[in-house]
Design a protein around this ligand. Structure first.
Ligand SMILES: NC(=O)c1ccc[n+]([C@@H]2O[C@H](COP(=O)([O-])OP(=O)(O)OC[C@H]3O[C@@H](n4cnc5c(N)ncnc54)[C@H](O)[C@@H]3O)[C@@H](O)[C@H]2O)c1
Ligand SMILES: [Zn+2]
Ligand SMILES: [Zn+2]
Length: 368
């Protein structure tokens, strides 16, 4: 059946998001309709509203959510009405060398359906009947969403929606960057640039991985204080434009073993690379503007054997890593509730975006 839903939409770049009533059509073959319980507000959603991430407008925001299946389309065997699910924002064709090789975040067909369902169409329209795009196959900042079954992962029904939602991006991105991309070794030293929803999860991932020293870096003091609760052992508060390389080299006797850039700036990526020790690994997690670039002193590559790499969605395999993250939570190792600074109604979505932009939240979560 078709359903009415309130949704947070970006109609115009650099304007506040608007909340509107939309129509969500019934699922077609391979699709599922979900009644959302909660949706986190990620910096990537904000980036879609200011053009850093270029997406077709008007766009239903949201890619970090949990909810309950209310209808399944033809051919869907893995999910049933009543199942609880978390959204996954990567496109997986299932057949390319990367999908087959267990690296779906690198799927060769990824660019095929950035703001639609995999078949290139949408099940969402506004009050005048015009189609609405969906953020990365999700568009889950809405009371209902019809999604492809490959963009959903079934979870344990005991986990509250607001906690589970965070696994749909911030947690898997941050903890996954530590576990899957960098494979941080116990006892090592880690520097983390940017202590928002993603950076805090790099920090807790590093703590769980047994890092010896975790240095949290941000321009806002409240963020690094919070970082201590997630496992940071030392903190640095930067003035705008300040380069902490010297301080990091001094603190760690030559540079940290790993550095994670969780802001989205080529300048910070260069600093992260510069700061790491010989043979160290710098990982860019933040998503910078399309025209941004970074630089390394070429000579350091052979003589210092340093690595600069990136991590997309924590190099995860959603059906393996989401349950893994939630098992860490159920085992008391992973903090989820502590990530949520504030809960908002869908009508308060514009406020949630303003609070994210001004750095007020670790994570703001919209609850339905
Ligand atoms: N790679 C991925 O798959 C992936 C997934 C999700 C988000 N992201 C990206 O990760 C980045 C972080 O996302 P988030 O949701 O945590 O954002 P956020 O806004 O919650 O956090 C960003 C933090 O960086 C801090 N900051 C800003 N400028 C800084 C500077 N010069 N030095 C140090 N700290 C600085 C801010 O104060 C804030 O605490 C964004 O670019 C987002 O698009 C990437
Ligand atoms: Zn995100
Ligand atoms: Zn593929």
């Amino acid at each position: 059946m078709s359903r009415k839903a309130r949704a947070a939409i970006c109609r115009e770049l650099n304007k506040p998001v608007v909340v509107e009533e939309i129509t969500v059509e019934a699922p077609k073959r391979g699709e599922v309709t979900v009644k959302l319980g909660a949706c986190g507000v990620c910096h990537s959603d904000l980036s879609a509203t200011n053009g850093t991430l270029q997406m077709q407008l008007p766009l239903i925001l949201g890619h970090e959510a949990a909810g309950e299946v209310v209808e399944v389309g033809e051919g869907v065997a893995s999910l049933a009405v009543g199942d609880r699910v978390v959204s996954s924002f990567i496109y997986m064709c299932g057949e390319c060398r990367f999908c087959v090789g267990g690296r779906p975040v690198l799927c060769l067909e990824q660019g095929k359906a950035v703001t639609t369902l995999p078949d290139g169409s949408v099940r969402t329209s506004d009050a005048s009947g015009k189609p609405l795009s969906i953020f990365s196959g999700c568009g889950v900042m809405a009371e209902y969403a019809t999604m492809h079954v490959d963009n959903l992962v079934k979870i344990d029904a005991k986990i509250p929606f607001d906690h589970a939602a965070l696994v749909g991006c911030a947690v898997t991105t941050g903890v996954g960057a530590v576990f899957n991309t960098a494979r941080v070794a116990p006892g090592s030293s880690v520097a983390v640039f940017g202590c928002g929803g993603v950076g805090l999860n790099v920090i807790q991932g590093a703590r769980i991985a047994g890092a010896g020293r975790i240095i949290a870096i941000d321009t806002l003091e409240p963020k690094v204080s919070l970082a201590r609760e997630f496992g940071a052992t030392e903190t640095l508060v930067l003035k705008p434009g300040e380069d902490p390389t010297k301080a990091l080299k001094k603190m760690t006797g030559g540079g940290p073993d790993y550095a994670f850039e969780c802001v989205g700036s080529g300048e910070l990526a260069a600093i992260a690379y510069k700061a790491i020790r010989r043979g160290g690994l710098a990982v860019v997690v933040g998503v910078a503007k399309p025209g941004d670039s970074t630089a390394v002193r070429t000579m350091t590559l052979p003589f210092e054997e340093k690595t600069l790499t990136g991590s997309y969605f924590g190099s995860c395999v959603p059906r393996i890593d989401f349950p893994r993250m939630l098992a860490l939570y159920q085992g008391g190792k992973l903090k989820l509730d502590e990530l949520i600074t504030r809960r908002y109604s869908i009508e308060e979505a514009p406020q949630a975006f303003a609070d994210l932009a001004s750095g007020k939240n670790a994570r703001g979560v919209i609850v339905f």
